[in-house]
Design a protein around this ligand. Structure first.
Ligand code: HEM
Length: 241
């Protein structure tokens, strides 16, 4: 519904490019990864639509509710200083699901980067030649982000370098539907190892995923952006190699 979108929010479709905002070096976040720092009010906000990930696995198919109205909006912001890259994500969620138990699932969010160009499958990469790097936050540990790599389903693995930090917080509102999660993740600009995304290139393809615990979403069952959104880093490819 276009009427509901704030004029300061830019709608992003798959294939669109967004600019990584450059924070001056004399600006500091109150605490690194503070999801509610006032700096975020001054930076451009983007909104994109998430749709159910296609069921690729028989066990996901069993749980896949074809009829469900499951599209969802994700708001995101991207920024860098001379030393770190930051991404902030927020989305409405009427329930705070912080634990996985026998019959309940936790909320989560992730950003995925194609390591070897936009012809990589946005469905978690295409084999060892076209892998992805994934930063994965889960509501059961609001102050931790896992740094993962994958080259197709079933190959998801944790990286040696766990240098991605992050914090998420739930902001309840009197109208439950207006409540939201806000999550910031960041990493030093310099990458460590071949499976960490390099920000030293003009464009970085990204995709997002949100797991809504109250809808029993977990692993492959989640909402995702379909195909890549391109981040313009402001780095010149020719001068940086
Ligand atoms: C759009 C199509 C996608 C499909 C069909 C898909 C499918 C799957 C499947 C089958 C699994 C379970 C097996 C495994 O770990 O490999 C999985 C897990 C996972 N996926 Fe995806 N995926 C998609 C997109 C994404 C995106 C865009 C992201 C990140 C932004 C992502 C992040 C993850 C993570 C972090 C896990 C591990 C989850 C856990 O431990 O609970 N996926 N996905």
């Amino acid at each position: 519904d276009p009427a509901e979108i704030n004029p300061n929010v830019t709608e992003i479709k798959p294939g669109d490019s967004v600019e990584v905002a450059r924070l001056p070096d004399n600006i500091y976040l109150r605490t690194q990864d503070d999801p509610d720092d006032i700096i975020w009010d001054r930076l451009p906000t983007y909104r994109t639509e998430l749709f159910p990930a296609p069921p690729v696995h028989p066990s996901v198919k069993l749980r896949f509710d074809e009829g469900a109205e499951r599209s969802k909006h994700l708001y995101f912001q991207v920024a860098r200083t001379s030393e770190r890259f930051y991404v902030r994500m927020h989305w409405k969620d009427a329930s705070q699901d912080s634990a996985t138990t026998v019959d309940s699932f936790r909320d989560g969010v992730a950003i995925q980067y194609a390591l070897n160009g936009a012809d990589t499958s946005y469905m978690m990469g295409s084999g060892p030649e076209k892998p992805v790097n994934i930063w994965y936050w889960r509501a059961d540990d609001e102050q931790q982000v896992e740094n993962l790599a994958a080259g197709g389903y079933g190959s998801t693995s944790s990286l040696d370098a766990q240098n991605v930090t992050g914090i998420g917080s739930y902001y309840p509102e009197s109208v439950a539907q207006d409540s939201e999660w806000r999550v910031v993740m960041s990493r030093p600009l310099a990458s460590e190892g071949e499976h960490e995304v390099s920000f030293d290139q003009a464009q970085v393809p990204v995709a997002f995923a949100v797991w809504q615990g109250s809808d029993n979403e977990r692993d492959g069952n989640k909402r995702v952006t379909h195909t890549w959104i391109m981040l313009d880093t402001g780095v010149d490819d020719e001068s940086s190699s």
